[in-house]
Design a protein around this ligand. Structure first.
Ligand code: SF4
Ligand code: SF4
Length: 376
């Protein structure tokens, strides 16, 4: 673990990408209760981005957090995201709209969002990093960082180009640790090489490490700890040197209470627990799963002209393959029953989704597998 940024009180952060929902709206009353509980238990770090829940995350934070607590009671992170600017002059008005939406006059951390080799070129061309550093000089940002989804060498290049970056958010969990595509370990090692504290996102891989296949569940059950599956994944991530925050995208009070129970008085994984996690990883590696984290980037901002619910239909296929769950055919019908949600077979192959997928999934080809399974 890392002791830089002492204003971050603990190693656990509230990711506001998957807030509690009532239909299509954030369940504000439950979000308020979760916020109160989180702060009462000594935590103070909140993370959002404009695209989360189609702009509703920032607005909900204003209602549940920033209008109810003094500014020094919490730390708030927001991000500069690729689709919302096309030239340098676009950045400041967008940044101001984020401050207004969140109801604050500065962000504690502001991250260049979802950096990869392609995005980075645009951010450089539009002088996004330089604009953020200037906003820091003006007191509107306390610390500038980035969030990252690409190969380790790309991060090395970014941190060499912009050594002023203070903190790096990476995808880090036990399933992706040695994954050839996500490269969690290698990316983490680049952060260490450049002496950057790390924020972990996706510690439970979008929920994949919560509902486990039977063989994997038995391995954790045999530990007889009484701890949840999420506890092992979150504590795995928090156990590494240099990790400053592990974010959890909690969607209800039960998840909040579970996470708080083992992060309030954090203890790293024991050797026995580490061995069990290695065996769980081996079970997963033997399965034919789509490694979608349900981040929803591919369906936000009208990326899909056919309104295909990509993460939901991928989840259906995963559930059917892993758990042999035949109810998934019914869930699949429910997903696209309400027009205008398209079926997987209605993909027109435009590729818009693949351009923004941080997991670099071949979505068009995977949708053909979904269609063959559920529409054949
Ligand atoms: S390739 Fe298919 S799924 Fe992806 S955005 Fe285009 S229509 Fe939607
Ligand atoms: S397909 Fe990619 S962009 Fe879409 S939800 Fe899954 S991981 Fe996110």
């Amino acid at each position: 673990m890392d002791n830089s940024f002492p204003e971050i009180k603990t190693f656990f952060g509230f990711g506001c990408m998957r807030l509690p929902m009532k239909g299509t709206e954030v369940d504000i009353e439950q979000f308020k209760e979760m916020t109160d509980y989180f702060l009462e238990n000594g935590f103070n770090y909140f993370d959002t981005a404009h695209g989360y829940i189609d702009g509703k995350s920032e607005k909900a934070i204003k209602v549940a957090l920033t209008s109810r607590y003094p500014r020094e009671a919490y730390l708030l992170t927001d991000k500069l995201t690729e689709p919302y600017f096309n030239k340098e002059e676009d950045i400041r008005p967008f940044f101001q709209s984020q401050l207004d939406a969140c109801g604050v006059d500065y962000f504690d951390f502001y991250l260049m969002h979802a950096q990869n080799a392609t995005n980075f070129e645009k951010f450089k061309k539009c002088r996004a990093y330089e604009t953020a550093f200037k906003l820091k000089e003006e007191g509107k940002i306390r610390h500038v960082g980035l969030s990252f989804h690409d190969k380790a060498e790309v991060l090395d290049n970014i941190l060499t180009t912009y050594p002023q970056i203070e903190i790096v958010q990476i995808q880090f969990n036990y399933l992706d640790f040695e994954d050839a595509s996500v490269q969690s370990r290698k990316v983490y090692e680049v952060c260490r090489k450049h002496n950057k504290p790390v924020i972990v996102m996706e510690p439970v891989k979008g929920g994949t490490l919560i509902k486990l296949p039977d063989d994997a569940q038995k391995i954790l059950d045999d530990l007889n700890s009484g701890l949840s599956n999420a506890s092992y994944a979150i504590r795995f991530a928090a156990s590494f040197d240099g990790i400053r925050i592990v974010l959890s995208g909690m969607s209800d009070m039960a998840q909040m209470k579970d996470n708080v129970s083992y992060m309030k008085d954090f203890k790293p994984l024991t050797d026995v627990e580490k061995a069990a996690i290695a065996r769980v990883t081996a079970v997963y590696k033997g399965l034919d799963m789509i490694p979608c984290t349900a981040c929803h980037y591919c369906v936000e901002e009208n990326h899909c002209p056919m309104n295909i619910k990509i993460p939901e239909v991928f989840a259906c296929l995963n559930m059917k393959r892993i758990f042999n769950d035949w109810n998934q055919a019914m869930y699949y019908s429910d997903i696209h029953a309400a027009a205008p949600n398209g079926k997987a077979s209605e993909c027109i192959g435009c590729g818009g989704c693949e351009n923004v997928c941080p997991q670099h999934l071949e979505i068009r080809s995977l949708l053909k597998e979904v269609a063959a399974e559920f529409e054949g």
